[in-house]
Structure formats: C-alpha cells, structure tokens
Design a protein around this ligand. Structure first.
Ligand code: GAL
Length: 415
C-alpha cells in the first residue's frame, strides 16, 4: 500500500513537471540525515551557474534506495523518466537500465568537458557498456567501516583498534557488560543486514576470492562463506533488541547519543555524524571491519541520462556540472564520500576522508553487492531476504544452502 502511494505521488509530481518549461527533475533517495545536505549543496551551486533552471527535487525517502529504486523502475519502464537520476556504478546501472536500452551514452559529454580521463579507469569501466560511458560518478563511498564512540572506547579500555574477530568481539562484550549496546543495527529496511554480511564475507574470503565470485572464477560453495554466517551470528549477540524498528540513521545516532559503542556502516554515516555536530577523530573514530583492512568495499553514486529525458538540455548541463572538480569538492566533504575525480582538492577533506582516499588508492577494490555494483538486482534482493531471515533464525546450515541456491539461480559457480 505504502509503495503504491509513493508511486502514485511520484507520477503526479512528474506530470506537473511537464508544465514547467525550464525545469530539471533530479531523482535520488537522498532525503535526510546527512544525505540531503550534500544534494542541496549541489543544487545551490548548480543554480549559481544556471539561475533560471528550476530544479525539481524528486527524492524518494529510504536508505540505499529501498523505495526509490522501485519507483524509478516503474517510471523508466512506463516511459516517464526523470531528467537525471542517482544510480550505482556497476550492475545496477548496466543490467537494469543500459542493456534494456533505456539510457543515452554520455562519453561525448565527458570528453567535451575534458573530464573523461580525470576518473579512475576502473570506475569508468563499471559505468560503461560496449565502450560507451553511461553515467557520471559523483563520489566513492567505502562500505566496510566501523564508526565508534571515542568516549565509550576509552571506558572499555580500547587502546588499539581491533583487526581480528576475537579482538572485536572482546570489545563488543566489554561494552555490553558496561550497559551499552555493542554494535548498533537498524534493519527496518532490510539492506543493512546484508550490508554487514557482505563485508564479513569479504573478510573471510579475502579480496581476491571475493572478486573472483563475480567473474565466475570462484565458487560460492566455500567454507569461508559458511564461516561468515557463523561470525554474523556471533556479532548479532551484541546488537540492540529493537534493531528491526530502526533505520540506518537511527542506528548511527545510537553511537552519537552514547547508547552504542559502534555501528558498521558505509561512510555516509560519517556525513551524518558530522551533520549532527561531531568531529571525526575527536568525537568518533573508525576502522575497517576486522579482516577487511586490505580491501575497500566500493559504492559509487552516479547520475545518468535516460532516453527521452523531458528536459534533455538541462540534464546535459547537470551532468557536465557533476563532472567538475568544483561540484565534486562541494558535495563530497558533506556527504562523507571521496571525490570520484582524481584531481580534486585534498585540502577540502577531513581526516577520515583523507584516510579513505589513501586506502582507495592503495587497497584492493571490491564491489558491494547490496549497493548495486557486484551483482544483478535479482541476486542482491534474494540474498538480502535470506540474510534477513538469518538475522531472526540464525540457522547457519540452512542459510548457507539458500545462498548456494540463489547463486546457482543467478548463474554463479556453486561447485
Ligand atoms: C547507498 C548510497 C549512499 C547512501 C546510502 C544510504 O546505497 O550509495 O549514497 O545514500 O545508500 O542511503
């Protein structure tokens, strides 16, 4: 019912936009809690250059695009696209929109502005199909990060950030014994438990094997994946009991409010903590999820150009704008992400983001499943459902079997 209402609202909104001539409808899921601030800063800057263009913010609430992706798909398939929309680099872009023929190539646009070779080659590769680029990457988020409350860390005697599961679990246990939640989780929108699990899987498989899964060069039938489920089970003993009623922002906020020791999240949580008034390195610290120190779980937000965009000329201006250093350096320090362009001004980024930049250029890059890069949506959704059931039932053998079925159904190796 809620989804139907959201879709109906989106259709009404988009019909009214046709009436506005010099409009630019931008679709995303950045509606609050650290995300909206970044988007609005982009809009403000864009309007400084194009004061006559009226931006229609068609954002649909729900972390990781929980509701937005369904609305967008309905609109795209119904021939009613926005002018430009947020989409993750990787399979979410290519499999869902490019291959079905719903997007315009934009290589020419990046070449014309001189931005084409200012992005890392690997990133350009995953927003391309058959030699043409289909979206402009605005950022690079890191998904495998634990953010912690420094005051609580001191109280529990954490002198060194943990790099192994036993060390991590010891701190979670100490926090629990002192009356805190060890690790905050908010899986009201189901994606967050897969967000946690995919990085545990990365820790257990190692970056090389993890990356081989998606190329059909390694099998899902690997004891490391079963072991990852056992570790998730161990960690779940330290989450808040009301996790299924909370969003990711609620969970991050528990760290800010001094209720939880830590939260494992993508670094949009860093953006959120900053908008709450916290300073990185002073009020909160961070570390890569134990076992993933050598890997950078990549999430990249991009914007593309749908075929038949109602205000195509304005959409082209928007995309050229997003590809500039100025736009990227305005958006990312707020959003908690690093710029996709390699020639951005490092001095604009805080101590956390400098750490992330350094790791991005030195660690193994691994694509996120739940944030659309590694696998098609059918796989990510089925895995998300399986992990969500696991969070309640905690049956390692059963969920491992289900993972193998899901992998087989999607054409991945299982023997
Ligand atoms: C991710 C997205 C991020 C952030 C996050 C939480 O999928 O790439 O930019 O918005 O969801 O909503």
């Amino acid at each position: 019912m809620k989804k139907i209402l959201i879709i109906a609202f989106a259709i009404i909104l988009s019909l009214s936009i046709f009436a506005t001539e010099n409009a630019l409808e931008i679709f995303s899921w950045w509606t609050g809690g650290g995300e909206e601030e970044g988007l609005l800063a982009l809009f403000d800057l864009f309007n400084k250059y194009y004061p006559d263009i009226q931006i229609i913010n068609a954002a649909v609430a729900g972390g990781a695009g929980t509701n937005a992706k369904a609305v967008l798909k309905t609109r795209m398939l119904g021939g009613n696209p926005p002018d430009s929309f947020q989409v993750h680099a990787g399979m979410e872009l290519t499999d869902t929109y490019v291959i079905p023929g719903l997007m315009e190539p934009i290589t020419w646009l990046l070449k014309e502005t001189g931005a084409y070779d200012k992005f890392p080659k690997d990133l350009i590769e995953i927003v391309s199909y058959k030699g043409e680029v289909y979206s402009v990457p605005v950022n690079v988020h890191r998904a495998n990060v634990v953010f912690y409350n420094k005051k609580i860390a001191k109280e529990i005697g954490m002198t060194k950030e943990p790099t192994t599961w036993p060390e991590f679990l010891t701190y979670l246990d100490k926090a629990k014994k002192m009356g805190y939640v060890g690790i905050a989780l908010g899986d009201k929108n189901k994606w967050t438990s897969l967000h946690l699990f995919e990085s545990i899987m990365l820790a257990e498989l190692g970056p090389e094997k993890y990356n081989k899964l998606w190329k059909g060069e390694a099998s899902f039938n690997d004891p490391a994946i079963k072991q990852a489920l056992s570790i998730l089970k161990d960690i779940l003993a330290y989450v808040n009991s009301d996790h299924s009623a909370l969003t990711w922002q609620d969970a991050t906020r528990m760290v800010f409010e001094g209720k939880a020791f830590c939260n494992m999240m993508g670094d949009w949580a860093e953006g959120y903590l900053k908008t709450l008034g916290w300073k990185p390195g002073v009020d909160f610290g961070w570390f890569a999820l134990p076992g993933t120190q050598d890997a950078f779980m990549l999430v990249s937000d991009t914007f593309g150009l749908p075929k038949n965009a109602p205000h195509r000329e304005n959409a082209i201006k928007w995309l050229k704008f997003l590809a500039t250093v100025e736009a990227q350096d305005t958006f990312n320090p707020i959003k908690g992400s690093i710029p996709a362009r390699i020639d951005a001004d490092k001095s604009k980024y805080d101590v956390y983001l400098k750490w992330s930049m350094n790791d991005f250029s030195t660690k193994a890059i691994c694509p996120s499943i739940i944030h659309g890069s590694a696998a098609p949506e059918s796989f990510a959704t089925a895995l998300m459902d399986a992990i969500n059931i696991f969070v309640t039932e905690q049956n390692v053998n059963q969920t491992f079997k289900e993972i193998l079925w899901i992998a087989e159904d999607n054409g991945y190796l299982t023997d």
